[in-house]
Every structure is written in C-alpha cells, then in structure tokens.
Write a protein that binds this ligand. Sequence first.
Ligand code: SF4
Length: 384
Amino acid sequence: MKNKVSIQRCSANDDLQSVDRALKKSLGLIGALDNSLYSGKKILIKPNILKGASYKSGATTNPFMIESLIRFLKSFDCTITIAEGAVVGYDTMEALTACGIDKISNRYGTGLVDLKKDRFIEKEVPGGKELESLKIPVTVLDSDFLINMSVLKTHDSFPATLGLKNIKGVISEHDKKRFHNSELAQCIVDLNKVVRTDLSIIDGTVGMEGIGPLYGEPVDLKTIICSFDLIAADLIASRVMGLDPYSIKYIKLAIEQGISSIKEEDIDVVGYTVDEVKRDFKVIDLKSSACSQYLIDIMGEGACSGCLHTLESFLYKTGRNKDLDRLKGSTFILGKRNFSKDISGNKIIKFGKCAKDSYPEKGCYIKGCPPHMDTIREVLGIKK
Ligand code: SF4
C-alpha cells in the first residue's frame, strides 16, 4: 500500500458529510482504514495553520477536514492530539482559535498543543547534510503515528508548499529563523529525516495559487490526496498543480537522499487520475512582477518567513491600493546576512530587527520581529 496515492473529490468543501465521505474513501483506497494502524496509539495531527487565516483563503487546513479526520479516528481506541506552531511572530493559539480548531478540539476531547511552547529535546539528524542535530518538541517525539495535513498551495520561496514543508511548523521559532539563514530546502529535508510522517493527507479542498503560502488566491478544487508515503503524495500533488515536482528543491533533494524509496513511475494513483483533477496553479514571484515595474528590490536572503510574508502582504496590499509608485526605486533589506551590494542610489528600507545594522547610517529602519503592518505604513507614509 506504500506506493499508493489516492485522489478523491468532495462535492462541497464546507459540508462535513461531503468531506467525511471523500476523506474516508480516500483513506480506504490506500488501505488506511485498518484498526491496527490506530488502536492503542497516540495519534498526532499536524495541520497547516500558519496564522489565523480562514481556510476559504486557501492559506490554512480546512477545519472540516480536521473534524472529519477526528470523527474517523474516534472509532478507534486511540488518543488524538492536534499540534501546531504558527509562523514566526504569530501566536499559535490565536491562530488555532481564529481557524476554529480549538472548538473542534473541545467538541471531540482531543489534545491541542502549541508546539512553540512545548519542551524540546535535541535529536541527532541521521545523515544530516545541513544540520547535525535539531530540537524537536516532546509532543512530536512521544507520538506513535503522525498525520501530516498540509494544504495544496504555492509558495514564495519554492513553487509549492506541501507535506515535506509542512513539518517545518513543528520546530521552535529559533530554529525556523536558523533554517532561513541556512540552505532552507536542505534543512527541510534534514528535519524530515528526524520527524517522520506516517500518513500524508494533502488538503486540496481549497488550495491557493499566486503569492502563497498566505496571500494568494483561493482555488476551489474540492480535492483530497492521501498516501502513507510523504514524498509520493508531494509528487502527485505537484502534478495536480501543474508543476514539475523536481523543480521544487526540497522534493528533489528528498528523493536524491532516499527519504522515500518509491520512484514516481512506480506510484499507483487510485481514485481519480491526476488529469481528472489537474488545475494549473499560477505561481507569482512578487520580485519579478509587481516589483520589477516599480524598480523595487528585495534583498531577503536569510530572512525568515515572518519578515518575508509580512513584506509580501504589505507590497501586495499596497499594489492593490495602486500606491506602489510611492516606493519606486526602494530596496528592502531583510534578514541578517551581510550585504555588500552597492545600493547607494536607492532608497534603503531596513525591514525588521535583523536588518537594523545593515548599511549603517543609511536609509530608514522599520522595527519589529517581524514589523507590524501599521508600523510599516507609518514609517513609509503609506495609507491603509
Ligand atoms: S526580524 Fe524578521 S528575519 Fe529577523 S528573526 Fe524577526 S521575523 Fe525573522
């Protein structure tokens, strides 16, 4: 069953019965209805709740999917915990509450853990290429069966974010920042050598295209992808999005480093075919679209997602308000790297605490980790 990837469709993405039917069918097709998989085990559900954004935007896991999975698991004698760590600078519990996950947890009596506040234990990374060791939350280490519920969506640094990338949510804020100061794709792969997914469920009930993973446009695909093999699921999910999985660096590295032994040609797609559900997701690189028009440069290598996503959101909203002209010729500097490029002709904007000491004496500084939207607008004189 390891080489099976199921694709199913639900008739509505906001109806529990419909999601229930599709999820159960999808699990059944890969042989994931078996009592022995769950009984007597501590099951951990890792959704994708980066911040308090509605699933209707395509940014977060559909709560109907989470509820449906819990209803299914409740028929077995197992303990269930939902665990998440929001992106840098965001409060996990606020995000889970805003997405209705706390109510689901209360209704079904599951555990609900903010991984950022968990106790961490240092673990060696077997075969680590970028990282020798990593701190992993006790809740993750204590679990017997990890269900990874990512969302089918595009990503600013990679063309897509799927199951492998979703595991990054378990690490501490400190390590999330460290990942962005290192080779991010390799760090994601190293992390997945320590934290192993037992079942991958990719939520494509509402996906996201454009400026993912937070500020793109929703895609009402009503599709669910399941597999016991994390990489097989990511490979097929990329194809569903019309993307070449080998152009997604962390998938390519994970395959090369043997995280999964399954080759794409050996994957048995069951249920719907890729072609039946395929939708070409738009991938937008803000730097080469809105920014190139206004000669806005972003020097953000090494910045973590907190700053990158905040800046993206700011530029996106400012563009929508037709106000980007005011930032013409600006260079945003993010993260801690030492930049030596000559940008003396540009208006320098040091964005976030890490960039404070770059280009001393030059430009303006927007404080915060990451900066707050009101602070950015105030410093740059941009209307709401
Ligand atoms: S200032 Fe920005 S790049 Fe630096 S740690 Fe905070 S969020 Fe990350």
